[in-house]
Design a protein around this ligand. Sequence first.
Ligand code: IMP
Ligand code: MG
Length: 195
Amino acid sequence: MVLAIAVWSLAHCSLLPLYAPGMALTTLIDDDAISTRVGELADEISRDYADAEELVLIGVLKGSFIFLADLSRRLTIPHRIEFISVSSYGERESEDPGAVRLILDVRHDIGGKHVLIVEDIVDTGHTLAYLMRLLSARLPESLKACTLLHKPDRNEVDVTIDYLGFDIPDVWVVGYGLDYAEQYRTLPRICALER
Ligand code: IMP
Ligand code: MG
């Protein structure tokens, strides 16, 4: 019991490293700020799509799963949920750093539908640019993008973000769905991971 409490305390102290020795976590955006902003985004989206018969939210796996869960539960309009998964850049050294591959596609036709892509973070912008190209070719009634985080200093391609949670500096962030080597996704806040 004492050990369990000690481990829990370590895991929830934002300045102590948990999984990655030599790396420290510093809180950038705390739970309350995330919750407030997600509510504001949900209100804005609900207003904008008030006349739409249905909105299709497409969550980009894996990083958006917690944001999507919270955002969707605060929408007041009819919507359904799809998932899509793409490869991260730089997985193979021979690969173009901007190359994006489709790993898992949505299950239903989005032709004629109002579609909103839900991303965790826009970094270089390649992933969102790829998804906009891929999905717009399927002729949705409308196609927009929502991202919780955006690193403006890292953008390499122009992408339009219709709904943005927070601009952040050029640091690696984890928590609230975002990972470093598959760790930290369930931290309730957004932290910078620093060496
Ligand atoms: P982009 O194609 O460079 O815009 O990268 C988008 C994807 O890279 C995001 O959807 C994330 O999966 C991942 N990514 C970029 N920066 C971070 C970060 O700071 N933490 C966690 N994942 C990130
Ligand atoms: Mg992502």
